[in-house]
Design a binder for this molecule. Structure first.
Ligand code: GLN
Length: 475
């Protein structure tokens, strides 16, 4: 019934909210429409690891909250498998967490629940958010709805694919080095990574604690703003969380382009072309565009692939079979640990744990971890200086459109290079988002390409404002 009357393709949070308030359909009819769509498409895409069994009950409950002032009441969204929903299975797409049930709600989830959001299910990801293609999931790859022979990106590939296939109005992901923005770029949707600390990390499984942030995947920038406003704010459960002050600026933002960073060999010509068109569009919208220098940004990937594994090796040490998830019994405690971790973690998780343990080991700590932290400071300073001259920085989101499933699995360095444009924002802690900026036709399929905008810490209002104008959502 519902499916025939609701055009999910055209729907956004904003439009669904207005329709719910008008009574065009009920929250339960909307939820049913998504359940039907998921039932039809998920077998080919594998975005969802689980569709919850109480979706319609949640929707019926949310109906009483539907009011003009409650933007999110009755809005169905998908949740990445590393964000805790009380009483639900959660596993970071890892075998080591098989059977684990979340004992509490993440702060972001609690806020959305109170706002009347309907949680459709948990979506696929690279194991513990490590990867850029969702091929590192223990539960199979997520495919790109624009071309199922290609990846959806990662690590929040399930989140991006779910929104792109019209299997959710929006989704939550996490972003440590680009995991919300890169899959959004591959799947033709909006991926927003806010300022570090602006959304509590309480109840988000930790990957790299100094880099992690919960982000949103939506169809419009406006929808990202709605979700961000509902989730942001200081939280006593996360000492790194902060309030984002409201900033009101009347002047037209100036756009910066780090030209010398965009001339590397590995960038696909279609990405360059789309990027140039985006700059033209910005100029046409009356923005002043300036070239800027970020002299140390070229070291970002190297710095990230030292700091991140160091934090990963520390954070994943808690998974030893004692407290969480699966356990393999050995002859003594040490063997329990070894067997549990060897069989529970996939290849990429083990690779990063080993790398991280190495860079933190005595004798190497100064040479790698400390050095990387010093260079991180230099990169931060470059951005501070750049933001004295410009308000927003644009780059491509990823150096290529979605690649084929299997294309990069045996070459981790090629996979890591996909993160070149996204990791700087995590190292620096600034907000960044990817918005659709055209597509390229390959083998008869239209593959989306994204463009990334970033601004200084706490400048989400300005950043979202510029991108709303860029996408024509506001004039
Ligand atoms: N692709 C990056 C990595 O593999 C980013 C991961 C993330 O943001 N969670 O580390």
């Amino acid at each position: 019934m519902a499916k025939s009357i609701i055009d999910l393709k055209a729907l956004t949070i904003e439009l669904a909210h207005a329709a719910l308030v008008r009574g065009d359909f009920t929250a339960a009819e909307l939820a049913q429409a998504y359940l039907d769509e998921i039932a039809e498409k998920n077998k080919d895409i594998n975005a969802y690891l689980e569709v919850f069994d109480d979706v319609l009950e949640q929707a019926t409950k949310a109906q009483s909250l539907v009011k003009p002032e409650n933007m999110l009441a009755g809005i169905p969204i998908a949740i990445k498998d590393n964000i805790l929903i009380k009483g639900r299975r959660v596993g970071s797409a890892s075998k080591i967490l098989e059977g684990y049930v979340a004992p509490y709600d993440a702060t972001a989830i609690k806020k959305l629940r109170d706002a009347g959001v309907v949680f459709l299910g948990r979506v696929n990801m690279d194991e513990f958010a490590m990867g850029g293609s969702t091929e590192n999931s223990a539960y199979g790859v997520t495919r790109n709805p624009h071309d199922v022979s290609r990846v959806a990106g990662g690590s929040s590939g399930g989140s991006a694919a779910a929104v792109s296939m019209n299997g959710a109005l929006a989704a939550l992901g996490s972003d440590t080095g680009g995991s919300v923005r890169q899959p959004a770029s591959y799947c033709g949707v909006v991926g927003f990574k806010p300022t570090y600390g602006s959304i509590s990390r309480h109840g988000l499984m930790a990957m790299g604690s100094s880099l992690d942030v919960i982000g949103t995947i939506t169809k419009t920038v406006r929808d990202s703003r709605i979700l961000f406003d509902a989730m942001k704010g200081k939280d006593s459960f996360d000492s790194t969380s902060i309030d984002i002050p409201a900033v009101n600026s009347q002047k037209k933002p100036i756009i910066g382009v780090p030209r010398s960073f965009l001339t590397g060999d590995g960038i696909d010509p279609a990405v360059i072309k789309s990027f140039d068109e985006s700059l033209k569009r910005l100029a046409g919208l009356g923005y002043e565009i300036k070239d800027i220098e970020l002299p140390n940004i070229k070291y970002s990937l190297a710095v990230y692939y030292v700091i991140m594994p160091a934090e990963v090796s520390t954070n994943l040490s808690r998974f030893d079979g004692v407290k969480f998830g699966a356990k393999v019994e050995g002859k003594d405690l040490l063997e329990d640990y070894l067997l549990t971790r060897a069989s529970g973690f996939g290849r990429e998780a083990r690779r990063r744990i080993m790398l991280g343990t190495y860079v933190l080991s005595s004798g190497y700590y100064d040479a790698y971890y400390n050095k990387a932290n010093s260079v991180r400071e230099l990169i931060k300073n470059d951005f501070v200086k750049a933001f004295e001259l410009v308000d927003v920085i644009v780059t491509p989101t990823a150096p290529s459109p979605a690649f084929r499933v299997g294309e990069k699995v045996s070459d981790p360095v090629a996979m890591y290079l996909e993160d070149i444009f996204t990791v700087p924002a995590n190292l620096v802690g600034i907000p960044a988002l990817s918005v659709p900026a055209g597509s390229v036709e390959i083998d008869g399929k239209n593959l989306p390409i994204g463009v990334q905008f970033s601004a200084k810490q706490g400048a989400e209002d300005l950043l979202l404002g510029v991108t709303e104008v860029f996408l024509g959502e506001i004039k």
